[in-house]
Every structure is written in structure tokens, then in C-alpha cells.
Design a binder for this molecule. Structure first.
Ligand SMILES: NC(=O)C1=CN([C@@H]2O[C@H](COP(=O)(O)OP(=O)(O)OC[C@H]3O[C@@H](n4cnc5c(N)ncnc54)[C@H](O)[C@@H]3O)[C@@H](O)[C@H]2O)C=CC1
Ligand SMILES: O=C(CO)COP(=O)(O)O
Length: 330
């Protein structure tokens, strides 16, 4: 039996803990950065703030003791919001043994450095690192609905270890050795999901959403290829798969934030209503534009999203400016 430490007790960490518990075969520890939340999880057996309605099996250990959680863990599944990954990995790096595997399931870019999560991790430790990404609303995974995602690692051996350890009849895992494409697909779809929410909030119908999904994958692919990813990866689960899910699914937080922006609400008010839940696209928009500038890649939707989020541009003006750009070949 291997021991898996799940670092992050938000919706996704909790849903993965439930999926792994159902699968069986692992000793599971779920770490929360918040001691009161860990106590509440232990007392109630339910994650009320982030994933209410699901009972955590008693054999999942819940703790806020980070060194204790990672001690003798074979796999450390890092599933905190992206902007906290550096702090947590820096904290545990001196405690890691060489063969402990790190897996990032966070979907975002570091706002200040534009780095993907596996790059953040590699800048701190040489431990093996893989990535999990793909279309997977936490609530649906917790409900046990069939879900397919990708395990990406530089070597197929490592990707296959993750495939083997996480697969079940409800969670199908494909492998991929294009870590760059898989991570950028997962992070950048959040930016387009925000924009898809904006057109929904403006009541602009289905054509506009389909246009954003299609032109969104075009700009995600351009940037990913410029960064060294494979075009084909963006046609997969962690590209178009996750993009379609989050641009159309009502469970997407990024899309929900976009809807509120489209309705004319201000970002600080919307964020206050999220009660600590993350919409990663907000920070990833800034980082994506930074990468786009570095590689000379055109990202018109991301640019307009940045203007709405961070420069008070009105959503209506942003859509008008997208529609009136000079004509292009598809
Ligand atoms: N919710 C979902 O359906 C999915 C989420 N993801 C990704 O998983 C990552 C985590 O998202 P969720 O679990 O949804 O989060 P969430 O929005 O449910 O909860 C926020 C999390 O941030 C934690 N947090 C707050 N301050 C912190 C700090 N200072 N240090 C460490 N942690 C802190 C909270 O304890 C909580 O675990 C994100 O990158 C997200 O994109 C990926 C797939 C599905
Ligand atoms: O990544 C997700 C599903 O694959 C969840 O998307 P949101 O963060 O927009 O809710």
C-alpha cells in the first residue's frame, strides 16, 4: 500500500481524496493549511465551506500538520491554489526524501514569474514531478460521475505510475509526456472561461460562446506551441476538453466570475462573494499576457479579459473591440 498526501483541502483536493478512497489501496492524508478547517473536517466528516454534501470516510486522515502529512508519503499531491504552491513546496523541500513523487493538480500560472506549477516545483526541488489536469469538476468527481483526465510527466514511466495509482472505474487516466501543453491547457482555459461567462452575463447568446471557445483554443495553442508544447495536446482532454467544460458548465467558478463581470459587477465585490474559493483565471490572465509578450504571441481574448479584470474596461467595449479587430484568415 502506498501513502498519498493530498496537500490542499479545497473542493478539488477533497474530491480527489474521495475518489482515491473509493478506489482503495492507499493510505490517505488530507492536509489543510487551516487548523480550524482541519478540525471541522475531523468533527463533521464533511467539507462544509468547499465541498458540502459529501461524507469523508473515517480512514482519510485530516491534518493541518504539514511535516506530519508528508512523512513517508510516496506521492504528494499538490492541489492548493497556484499562488500558494511556491510557499508550500519551499516549506516542505528540506523534509523531502529523494524518491517522493510530487504531483501538481493546480491549474494556474504564478502571477509574478509566469511559471507553470511544475516549473515552480522544479525551481525548488529535484524530486520527480508529474501533473494531473483535464475536464473534472470537483463536485462531479465527488459524486462518482465518470471522468477522464491526463497524467503528464517528462518520462512515461512516471506518468504511468500516476496513471496506475489514481485510475479507477470512475476516473480514467491517460498519460502524456507533454507537460508544457497539458499545464498550459489547464491554466489558460480558465482565462477563456472567464470571457465565456462575460458574454453569458451580457446575454449575448450561444454563437458568441462558441466563437470564444474556438478562437480561445486557437490562442491557447499558439502560446503553448511557442512555449514548447505540442499542438496535438491542446486538442486533448487538458485542452479543448477542459475548455469546453469550463466555458459551458455552470459549475465553473471562472465562468461564474465572468458572468458577474458581464452583468456589470465590480471584481472586488465578486471576489468578496467567493468566500475564499479560487477563480485561477484572474491571476493567470496577467501571467498569460506576460508569456505572450515574451514569445511575441497574439492573444486578443486574453488581452480583452485583462482589460476588463485589471483596467476597468467595460465588458461591452471589450466585446466590441474583439469583433472589430482587422479581418484575419482562420
Ligand atoms: N474545483 C474544481 O473543480 C477543480 C479545481 N482545480 C484546481 O485545483 C486548485 C485548487 O482549487 P480548489 O480545490 O477548487 O480550491 P477551493 O476554491 O475549493 O478552495 C480554496 C483553497 O485554498 C486554500 N487556501 C486558502 N489560503 C491558503 C493558503 N494561504 N495556503 C494554502 N492554501 C490556502 C483553502 O484552504 C482551500 O483549500 C486550483 O488550482 C484549481 O484550478 C482543478 C480541477 C478541478
Ligand atoms: O478546472 C476545472 C474543471 O476542470 C474547474 O474549473 P473552475 O475553477 O472554473 O471551477
Amino acid at each position: 500500500m502506498s501513502r498519498i498526501a493530498i496537500l490542499g483541502a479545497g473542493a478539488w483536493g477533497t474530491a480527489l481524496a474521495l475518489a482515491l478512497a473509493r478506489r482503495g489501496g492507499h493510505e490517505l492524508v488530507l492536509w489543510s493549511h487551516s487548523a480550524p478547517l482541519a478540525d471541522q473536517l475531523n468533527d463533521l466528516g464533511e467539507n462544509l465551506p468547499y465541498l458540502p454534501g459529501f461524507t469523508l470516510p473515517a480512514d482519510i486522515q485530516v491534518t493541518s500538520d504539514l511535516p506530519g502529512a508528508i512523512f513517508e508519503a510516496d506521492i504528494l499531491l499538490c492541489v492548493t491554489p497556484s499562488q500558494h504552491v511556491r510557499g508550500i513546496i519551499s516549506h516542505i523541500a528540506p523534509l523531502l526524501t529523494r524518491d517522493q513523487i510530487l504531483v501538481s493538480a493546480s491549474k494556474g500560472l504564478e502571477e509574478s514569474t509566469f511559471l507553470r506549477m511544475s516549473q515552480v516545483i522544479a525551481s525548488i526541488t529535484d524530486n520527480p514531478c508529474a501533473v494531473l489536469s483535464g475536464p473534472s469538476f470537483a463536485q462531479e468527481v465527488a459524486l462518482g460521475y465518470p471522468t477522464a483526465i491526463v497524467a503528464a510527466a517528462a518520462t512515461s514511466t512516471l506518468a504511468q505510475i500516476i496513471q496506475r495509482e489514481f485510475s479507477s472505474s470512475l476516473l480514467r487516466i491517460y498519460t502524456n509526456n507533454d507537460v508544457t501543453g497539458v499545464e498550459l491547457g489547464g491554466a489558460l482555459k480558465n482565462v477563456i472561461a472567464l470571457s465565456s461567462g462575460v458574454v453569458h452575463g451580457l446575454n449575448l447568446g450561444h454563437n458568441s460562446a462558441a466563437a470564444l471557445i474556438t478562437r480561445g483554443i486557437a490562442e491557447i495553442t499558439r502560446l503553448s506551441v511557442a512555449c514548447g508544447g505540442r499542438r496535438q495536446t491542446l486538442a486533448g482532454l487538458s485542452g479543448i476538453g477542459d475548455l469546453v467544460l469550463t466555458c459551458t458548465g455552470n459549475l465553473s467558478r471562472n465562468r461564474s466570475v465572468g458572468i458577474e463581470l458581464g452583468k456589470g459587477r465590480h471584481l472586488p465585490d465578486i471576489l468578496a462573494g467567493l468566500n475564499g474559493k479560487v477563480a485561477e483565471g484572474i491571476q493567470s490572465t496577467t501571467a498569460a499576457l506576460g508569456l505572450a509578450a515574451r514569445y511575441g504571441v497574439e492573444m486578443p481574448i486574453t488581452e480583452q479579459m485583462d482589460a476588463i479584470l485589471h483596467h476597468n474596461k467595460s465588458p461591452k467595449d471589450a466585446i466590441r473591440d474583439l469583433m472589430t479587430r482587422p479581418g484575419r484568415e482562420e
